[in-house]
Design a protein around this ligand. Sequence first.
Ligand code: NAD
Length: 505
Amino acid sequence: MATITTGIELKTVSHWIGGKLLPSRSGRSGVVWNPATGEAQSHVAFADVAEVDLAVAKAKEAFPEWRATALSRRAETMFRLRELVDANRKAIAELLTLEHGKTLADAMGEVARGLENIEFACGIPNLLKGGFSEQVSRGVDVYQIRQPLGVLAGITPFNFPAMVPLWMFPNALACGNTFVLKPSEKDPSVSLLLADLVRKAGVPDGVFNVVQGDRVAVDRLLEHPDVKAISFVGSTPVAKAIYETGTRNGKRVQALGGAKNHMVVLPDADIGMAADAAVSGAFGSAGERCMAISVLVAVDSAADPLIDAIKQRMQKIHIGPGLEPGNEMGPLITGEHRDKVASYMDSAKSEGAEVTVDGREDAVSSRPGFFLGTSLIDRVKPGMRCYDDEIFGPVLNVVRVKTYNEALDLVNSNKYANGVAIFTRDGGAARQFQSDVEVGMVGINVPIPVPVAYYSFGGWKASLFGDLHMYGPDGVQFYTRAKVVTERWPDPGTSSVNLGFPQVR
Ligand code: NAD
């Protein structure tokens, strides 16, 4: 137990290593805030090198036995985990809301999307089936098997403390690997609840571990010789650095980064529907989603009616603590982040944009907690800070363009390429867009096109460093490596010496 300035005794969220909670000895920790009140609610341990090494050692020790466990047993374990997470949806969501701030309904949605990934992993016996070619030469068969890599690490962001770890470890474990998770230090507790459910599902001790911490823990995972692959999700500068360091150290790395997601609205779109989608996509989870709509690209005559419709809807959003029923948007993650998001209103004005709705003027912005009202910035252009940066808050930029081609060029010139949406009633235009746009995930009349668990999630350009996307079929490929076997069971009677290069006979 530790105390901080409030004088209240605060618990310290610690590690889960070798199948149990392990108090930290590092002497380093951070504060976990309650974003709805602005008060510190606990501490989180920051692992030192020795603690990371212990987690990796436990994972390495558990690997041979877990890898040898029958596929059907690993699948059975995933089915049990699925039941346990399902039964604990509310408990996970409440804990998540307490530390992250998002509304309970939103948190329940996050858990549901995480659960899909466990359901996918339940099908692992089918997913790991290899190919077999009989008689590639006389009496010779060739087949491919996929094998686990060993100890893997996952490093996750604050904005989805349940879903993003669930994007990673169910598939990793089902494939026969062992895992060390380093969750965000801003909302660390959900990881421990998940670890306990993993244990209850019958996963042997050491197969799944959690180290809490900051850069010290991440750097150690990146250089540890026994960590074979890293899945990272977070901001672009960190994703790039993790990709570069991890691959330099010989590891397989997939590093998903930040985003600036555009929603293109063509003049023929249903304006009411597009406004509903823009408001939901921009302000859900206070804009702290990597797939949030942050730029509305209004084509020609769509702009004025769309902006009016959006403004009307913005006034009706209920903002308040996430655990209070009826609220649709909660606070931001920290006071520091709230202030940074708010600062974009000043820069936008000074750079010539029009701040049509300034969230700082909303009464909610002056209540305790890290609240900020919703903002709408019109007449935004590339080169302005509010356009170029990922704001990651409840701010919707509007860029007005004259034509479809101008809209397409704008999207394709952006350095990020995570998600994009087009709203139109013209199937031909939508089909053209889907083909032309250089972005990893596309929504057609869908504002947040997060793929279901049996596809894979990933952006292009500065939104993803690596070759394989996260979860789904790419996830299984990332967490395994292929081995091709060429086999012959000859009749000894036909055997002879042949020094020629093997060829099809
Ligand atoms: P972040 O990059 O600050 O942190 C992510 C993780 O990296 C955390 O575990 C953190 O402890 C660690 N970390 C932070 N700085 C580090 C450093 N210098 N060296 C090593 N490790 C470091 O991201 P965040 O603020 O937690 O999350 C928000 C960001 O994540 C946004 O940019 C958002 O777009 C992105 N995100 C992307 C996706 C996606 O799928 N592409 C999904 C969710 C979030």
